[in-house]
Design a protein around this ligand. Structure first.
Ligand code: PMP
Length: 367
């Protein structure tokens, strides 16, 4: 029994369940994959930036070579953009990789990481995989209870994970709450501020974690090119931190953790401001469209600053999810997060959102 032989923390984990693949559902329903709407993984509905595609094509001839293991160009670009030193940037195979590097560098049996109830599923995975204790602190109105998280920190805490906005709830906190939190986290604890969705937010309502790096050497801000920049399939993310924290991460990082296509595509995507702006516009319009549609169906949702909404049906959402699947619409059940009455829907194009709302109305018998 190899589960029984696994380290204790791993025995208690359940596998991460991604949204159902489009091809699989298409086969089951005997439909063309083009007829399936996937709003399950908070991806960018615009498809990749044409500039990123061009960069990938140009790089294809070189894939017999290992990628640049130092990620020199991408780090230089990110550093210049944010007014940081390249030594403060760490690149990851998606920002999940960054979370994993943090756990491998600072967590072990006898140590713990603090995060929120309804926090991103990878925090407990990375924490328990290295035998450390994951402390899930009860949420407040589905969001982070930062005061309770501070109170959960003890001498054996090495990491506190906070996502702003949070997935799967979409909840967020403002600059004052972040400042108050950071100023009270003890110096032996690394704060991982996960800003996977920050590019979807506007106007200073949410703090920009990078602005706090100079004053808080125990802060690491993780970000990704997989959401607003549309490169989920390539897996590329990064963190910004003190150079010392980055140096530690670099010691546990796999030598070529970011592939060569991802490196060039990320550089090109970062230059495509128009793509980012269009994504933000589509997201804002789609959020309003979904909110209006959900309200018309008499449904409730958690207000969100991400590119997704957690919809509360007030009853077990599994049959509703099944009904949506039968109509070719893939969303994300979040029962695994302890939210069995919710489904999380990513914001898509206008047409995709309309398909989702139409299918939902049918499933609920309100169509
Ligand atoms: N953090 C949060 C809060 C997320 O929702 C996600 C994506 N689901 C990630 C990190 C990881 O994103 P990626 O590895 O694709 O960069």
């Amino acid at each position: 029994d190899f589960l029984a032989l696994a380290v204790p923390g791993v025995q208690k984990l359940s596998p991460y369940v991604p949204g159902k693949p489009v091809d699989e559902l298409a086969r089951e329903l005997n439909l063309d994959p083009a007829g399936i709407v996937k709003l399950a993984s908070n991806e960018n509905p615009l498809g990749p930036s044409p500039r990123a595609l061009e960069a990938i094509r140009a790089e294809l001839g070189d894939i017999t070579r290992y990628p640049d293991g130092s990620g020199y160009k991408l780090k230089a670009k990110l550093a210049a953009r944010f007014g940081l030193d390249p030594a403060q940037i760490t690149l990851g195979n998606g920002s999940n990789d960054i979370l994993d590097l943090v756990a491998r560098a600072w967590l072990a049996p006898g140590l713990n990481a603090v995060f929120s109830q309804y926090a991103f599923a990878v925090y407990p995975i990375s924490t328990q995989a290295v035998g450390a204790e994951g402390r899930a602190v009860p949420a407040k109105d589905y969001g982070h209870d930062l005061e309770a998280m501070l109170a959960a920190i003890d001498a054996n805490t090495r990491v506190v994970f906070v996502a702003n906005p949070n997935n799967p709830t979409g909840t967020w906190f403002g600059p004052d709450a972040l400042e108050s939190f950071l100023s009270r986290v003890p110096a032996h604890v690394l704060v991982v501020l996960d800003e996977a969705y920050i590019e979807f937010t506007e106007g200073g309502e949410l703090p920009n974690g990078l602005d706090y790096l100079a004053r808080y050497p125990n802060l690491l801000v993780s970000r990704t090119l997989c959401k607003a920049y549309g490169l989920a399939g390539l897996r590329v993310g990064y963190s910004a931190s003190s150079a010392q924290v980055a140096d530690v991460l670099n010691r546990v990082r796999q030598p070529f953790n970011v592939n060569s296509l991802a490196l060039v595509a990320a550089c090109a995507a970062l230059d495509d401001e128009a793509y980012l702006a269009e994504g933000r516009r589509v997201n804002k319009a789609g959020m309003a469209q979904l909110e209006a549609g959900l309200a018309a169906l008499g449904l409730k949702w958690i207000p969100s600053r991400g590119n997704f909404l957690a919809v509360d049906f007030g009853v077990d959402a599994a049959p509703i999810n099944q009904g949506l699947l039968q109509r070719g619409v893939i969303v994300r059940p979040v029962a695994g997060y302890g939210m069995p009455t919710f489904l999380r829907v990513s914001i898509g194009t206008e047409a995709e959102n309309a398909r989702f709302l139409e299918a939902l109305a049918q499933v609920l018998g309100r169509g």
